[in-house]
Design a protein. Structure first.
Length: 521
């Protein structure tokens, strides 16, 4: 083991007096100096460490590669600052691993080259970062739920319009039986189907908006997403506030984003804008191309220079003074009265946009309104907006289907659809009675189609019981919720498909046929 000459008192003094953990190693990797902080951090005494290999402080998964890294460093010694490179870990005497930051400084002495390693325990910082990430996720969900509450009136307004269309065209169709042409009757029925499809979209959008979800980044058509958000906002903002979508220069511009998250960003920004216009005004929503130059990127280091899609929301409201602009993106900061808002809107928007690999900033002056800009990465591929032609519906071969739903009207509709396709259907509204039918003769059915939310027994529970009686019976689960059912639970219950209601006839026909054919011996 090499030893430091007694004259190197200044190096010894510097090592001992440092508040950070410091250890000194020679070219062979032997530890020649440590301070008290290293003893505390790793749990070894000074006597145990001096003369031993530094590799004893390296986790086993990295230990074999460390001598090579060390040899390369001694060949080309160069100071490395704290935090440079990837996440690093040390291993304590008791075998536990601790996250650390390590700085390396080469030192020439009379005895040769040594390396001073500055080691800082960052366990608390990592724990704080995890807590911050958890808090941000909870804050986002809280903001989403608050937004759902604000949108309730708008959703109710939309639904009343949708129901009015369905009732009105249904009455026209009924009155026209035997009196109008089949073409006119079909047109009325098409209007009913279109209104129903819009109602389904509104419900699913609200469910996605109100629940936690993973960000599903994919090419999206910004024009369609922004117009959909504007449509909902028109019913949710005060009557004196006008919503305008700025016609895009390039309507085909596609960005990489999660449609629900981008929708949520626009809804939050527009809602904030409406609060800044107590006497009414205009909110403009739009998008265009934006080139982030080097000078811009220096102020927004989370992105790289290049071309982006810029989404903006502009209002004609009160604007912000400088002190408010500087704090606008802070969590919980708000200029609203107590109880009037959480102050999470802009903070949440920034988090979502950064999760997408973009950035956000605002421009505002008192009395001049506010514009919030959000950059999203451009997509190299256009969003897929093509609509496939309706295929011929696959037909049944008199297979016997057990259909269970506690809503008689839905049971009747689904039963008639399946029977029209050539299946024999046994429809029941009570899952307990349905289970008894399977217990009586497990071989009489070829497929179980069940609703999820039912009294006494859920569709999942029914599927588990049925599968226990007959393991090869395929099950389709229908649900009114956007649930993330665990795959292993679905597999155990024999559930091959999960569909969110309402399920259109084409999807039902295709799924039933595919399930029956895959289950055939």
């Amino acid at each position: 083991m090499a030893s430091l000459h007694a004259d190197d008192l200044r190096l010894r003094a510097a090592v001992e007096s440092s508040p950070n953990g410091l250890l000194v190693i020679d070219r062979d990797g032997s530890i020649v100096l440590v301070n008290r902080e290293i003893e505390r951090l790793f749990g070894y005494s000074r006597e145990e460490l001096l003369g031993s290999s530094v590799e004893r402080l390296i986790p086993a998964s990295f230990r074999a590669h460390h001598p090579g890294f060390r040899a390369n460093f001694f060949t080309q010694p160069q100071a490395r600052s704290m935090g440079a490179g990837r996440d690093l870990f040390g291993v304590r005497k008791d075998g536990t691993e601790v996250p650390v930051e390590i700085g390396l400084t080469p030192v020439e002495t009379e005895e040769g080259l040594y390396v001073v390693s500055a080691i800082v325990d960052i366990s608390e910082r990592k724990r704080a970062e995890r807590d911050q990430q958890r808090l941000e996720a909870e804050l986002r969900q809280s903001q989403k739920l608050e937004a759902v509450g604000r949108l309730a009136g708008g959703i109710a307004h939309d639904f009343n319009n949708i129901l009015a269309m369905i009732v009105g065209f249904a009455e026209l169709a009924r009155e026209g039986v035997g009196r109008v042409s089949p073409t006119a009757m079909a047109a009325d029925l098409d209007q009913i189907l279109a209104a129903s499809a819009r109602g389904r979209e509104v419900v699913q959008q609200l469910l996605r908006f109100s629940r936690p979800q993973k960000v599903d980044v994919r090419p999206i058509e910004l024009d369609a997403v922004l117009r959909e958000a504007a449509s909902l906002l028109k019913a949710a903002v005060p009557p004196g506030v006008a919503i305008r979508v700025r016609p895009p220069i390039d309507a085909t511009l596609s960005a990489l984003g999660d449609p629900t998250s981008v929708h949520q960003v626009v809804m939050n920004l527009a809602t904030n804008a409406s609060h800044a216009m107590p006497d009414g005004g205009t909110i403009e929503i739009g998008f265009d191309r934006f080139y982030a130059r080097d000078s811009f990127v220096r102020g927004h280091p989370e992105i790289a220079e290049g071309e982006y899609a810029r989404v903006f929301v502009r209002d004609t409201g009160l604007g912000m003074p400088e002190d408010v602009r500087e704090r606008a993106f802070e969590p919980f900061f708000t200029t609203k009265a107590v109880g009037a808002g959480t102050g999470l809107g802009l903070s949440m928007v920034r988090g979502i946009i950064r999760d997408h690999g973009g950035t956000v900033w605002l421009e505002s002056e008192p009395g001049q309104g506010t514009t919030v800009h959000c950059l999203l990465r451009l997509s190299a591929h256009a969003a897929d907006t093509t609509i496939a032609a309706a295929p011929d519906l696959p037909r049944g071969r008199r297979e016997r289907i057990l259909l269970v739903d506690d809503e008689p009207g839905l049971t009747e509709v689904t039963k008639r659809r399946l029977e029209a396709l050539g299946y024999e259907v046994v429809a029941m509204n009570d899952p307990v009675v349905a289970l008894c039918a399977v217990e009586h003769d497990p071989s009489q059915f070829d497929l179980l189609v069940t609703d999820y939310a039912m009294p006494v027994m859920t569709g999942m529970q029914l599927a588990h019981h049925v599968t226990a009686l007959r393991a090869d019976l395929p099950v389709m689960l229908l649900t009114g919720y956007l649930e993330d059912f665990p795959p292993d639970e679905l597999e155990t219950a024999g559930i091959r498909r999960v569909h969110v209601k309402p399920v259109n006839g084409a999807l039902m026909a295709q799924s039933v046929r595919e399930m029956l054919e895959s289950a055939a011996p």
